[in-house]
Structures are given as C-alpha cells and as structure tokens.
Design a binder for this molecule. Structure first.
Ligand code: 5RP
Length: 219
C-alpha cells in the first residue's frame, strides 16, 4: 500500500465523524484533497462548509459546494485537517502548505478537531519537519533573527505569499520538547502572525493510516 492509499484511508475514516446537519470546516493539503473528493457522496449531511484556504475553496467549488465564511456561521461542529507531524499527545506541526493561520482559526472555532495522517507523520518529538511561521513581510528578518537566538535555522520560503498576503519562514533543526511553551514563546515575537505548532489547541482525534488499517488516538 503506498502513501496515497493511506491518505485516502485516513480521509475515509474521518467521514464517520460527520453527522447530519453539521457545519464542517476543512483544512488544506494532499490528504485533505482525498476528503474533499469524497464529500460529494455525503453532501446531504453537510449543512455548511468553511474552508481554510483558497486552494481548498477552489476544490470544494469544483464539487459544487457553496463555501461559507466563518463569520457567518459561528462555531464549527467539526474541523478535519492533515498535519506535517503529529505526536501521540495530539500535538501537531502544520503549515507545510502555508495555510496555517486560517487552519489555526478554524481549529480554534471547532467543537471537535480531527487530524488525518499517514503513519509517516507520527513522530516521538516534533521538529524534524521545518517549523512554518507566518510573518508580516516587514518583520521577516527580525523574526528570523529571533529564531536563530532560539537555536533554529530559519529559511525564507521564496516566491510564496500566503492567502493573507504574508510570508513564511521555515525553521529547521528545532527540537520541540515542549510544544505548548514554544508555541507561546514564538507567538509573542512581534510580527509573527502565527506559528505552525498546534499544542494550545491540539487535535481531539488523530486518525493514523498504516499498511494494516486506520488507528485512532484520542476521544
Ligand atoms: C497545510 C497543512 C497541511 O495539513 C500539511 O502540510 C499536510 O499536508 P499533506 O496532507 O499534503 O501532507 O498544514 O498548511
């Protein structure tokens, strides 16, 4: 079974959590694309859908969904998204696709957050995947210097502008032994829009697809 089959299986497993009349939030990325392509099969269950990125919105609209804003729906019943790294404590690193800020908003607004991954994303400690940070363009070098002081190696994601008009710094070689503490510390740097550590609002459920099937950690 290749990685795509596992992503598809994780996406299929998440469908079971979608109940009639739900206001659903959806993330961004190749794993979520499998979910987006399955959603037309359960269209009648979904009352409203909110998207975390332009990329996801385009795909939803191509399937005939009308995408609603978070402002017009209030809280989400359920948010489903992928991750770049996840631990058994349900802490995540996200933002490989650059949509971390809107993803964090939707996760924060959700009564339940389900993260779908293949087994390659499950790690003992976060930090091997370069940590994405969305920054105000004028603060990019300043935030990068602060990350060097925190012993990271920041690399500017060249030729990339987020849906919010900002830049991304990918910070290499961090060993994130205390995700909650580091998330708070990076959030306090002026010019940081958001950091890709999801520990303050972790996932509630992790669905991990491997060669055997799909394992569940969490509720
Ligand atoms: C986008 C994200 C994605 O969830 C993350 O990058 C995982 O993507 P993929 O499913 O393509 O591996 O955080 O900002």
């Amino acid at each position: 079974m290749d990685q795509s089959d596992k992503k598809l299986n994780a996406a299929k497993a998440s469908l079971e959590y979608i109940q009639d009349g739900f206001v659903l939030g959806v993330g961004t990325g190749s794993t979520i694309d499998f979910l987006l392509d399955l959603l037309p099969n359960i269209r009648q269950k979904i009352d409203k859908v909110v998207s975390s990125s332009m990329e996801t919105t385009v795909r939803l609209e191509s399937h005939g969904f009308e995408v609603t804003t978070l402002n017009s729906v209030g809280d989400l019943d359920l948010y489903i998204d992928g991750a770049d790294e996840a631990t058994k404590h349900l802490h995540l690193v996200k933002g490989g696709g650059g949509a971390l800020t809107r993803e964090k908003v939707l996760a924060g607004a959700a009564r339940k957050f389900i993260c779908i991954i293949d087994e390659s994303k499950l790690v003992g400690m976060l930090g091997k995947f370069p940590l994405p940070i969305e920054v105000l363009p004028m603060a990019q070098a300043f935030v990068a210097r602060r990350m060097v002081k925190m012993r990271g190696q920041p690399i500017w994601r060249e030729n990339f502008v987020t849906d919010n008009g900002n830049h991304i710094i990918d910070v290499h070689n961090l060993q994130i032994s205390n995700p909650l503490e580091l998330e708070g510390r990076i959030n306090q740097i002026p010019g940081v829009i958001s950091v890709g550590i999801f520990a303050n609002r972790p996932a509630d459920v992790l669905l991990i697809a491997d060669g055997e099937g799909v394992r569940t950690i969490g509720l």
